[in-house]
Design a protein around this ligand. Sequence first.
Ligand SMILES: Nc1ncnc2c1ncn2[C@@H]1O[C@H](COP(=O)(O)OP(=O)(O)O)[C@@H](O)[C@H]1O
Ligand SMILES: [Mg+2]
Length: 367
Amino acid sequence: MQSFFNVKLPPVRDDIFKERKEMEPIKRILTPTLERPNYYLIIGPHGCGKSTLINFVAGTFKKGIIHVEGSDDIEKFGENFAKAINYPELDVNLVKWLVNQLSGGPYTHKLLWQKVLSRFEEFASKAVKKYSIHPVLIIDDIAKIATNYPKVVERLQNVAKTAADHRLFTVVFVASDANLIDNFMKNSSYSRCRTLYIGDFNENEALAYLINNRNINAQIAKRIFDLCGGRISHIVGVASEVDQLIALRKSLRKSVDYKDNEFCEEVIKIVDEQVNGIKQDYRQVWDTYVPENSNRKILQFLCNNLDAEFTRRDIIRLFDERTGEYIFSTLLKNNIITYKGGIIEFGAPVIKTMLSELHEKEQEIDV
Ligand SMILES: Nc1ncnc2c1ncn2[C@@H]1O[C@H](COP(=O)(O)OP(=O)(O)O)[C@@H](O)[C@H]1O
Ligand SMILES: [Mg+2]
């Protein structure tokens, strides 16, 4: 029973992990000895470092935190949950077997995640009494569950509220797709949810990461930040390319010293190429998903508002209602834009550059 609550998480490498200011509030949310009358939602754009941050902080506790990865396959979600609490393998197989045997398909019977949840609830109530642990259940990437099973998210939200009412355990949802927030916020228990927004690294954090954790010199670090902004997933991608360049140069016995001009030029070339690659990926997303006949209007709007705040309504009213809704959700789904509270932001800093370059090109063609 005690091992049930041992913290098992994907490891985060200390040497590469960059501490950030959100660690404190996350620590308060995750502390597995505190009773709380609420449940939590941690939200922020795709690739801003939510999972890594949460796993790192959770890893500083020995007991009482359960981390479950969401999935758009409900069976897989059940399996993730089962693994997270050491739900016996036999039971997992037995449940699968039963579900198949008893015909009618999985939906008429208790699904694996529900079975595992019941077991979790049972253990949680014992843990509170016996070990003074107040377990924390993290459900990461709930947008994945919400895509195919909005009702399951609703159920989980109700479980979270009831658990908070009885001070049994704390549920922490993690999400990057704000589409889901609409339904999540409409749930009557939402007033019991505390929301924490996590965004991109600020300039100091990004530079400190590149300079101290990745040994990149200050000038090139600044260039990377200017191009990528503080989106850590992009920064990590660029830094890894630089590592590869260094490995290659070492194997060719060439200099890897930032005082050497030739080396610096090579690094800058690699950085620029990598950022261009990121931009092209977004460009492809834009070309693939934004319908051609709406393309210009929305591009114009976004480029006029690169540094302004705008809302969902502002986008929708550019078109007729249905088209507007469609364009809005297409942009959201594909991470071109993202929600921060009621305000829309660009999905990642390089998207702004990608869009304005595209806009300029189109205007040149017009002339
Ligand atoms: N604090 C950090 N220090 C170093 N690398 C980080 C940090 N946070 C995130 N990363 C890296 O950035 C990438 C995206 O992070 P992730 O946690 O998966 O983002 P999210 O869950 O918000 O989509 C991963 O490759 C991860 O290793
Ligand atoms: Mg994540």
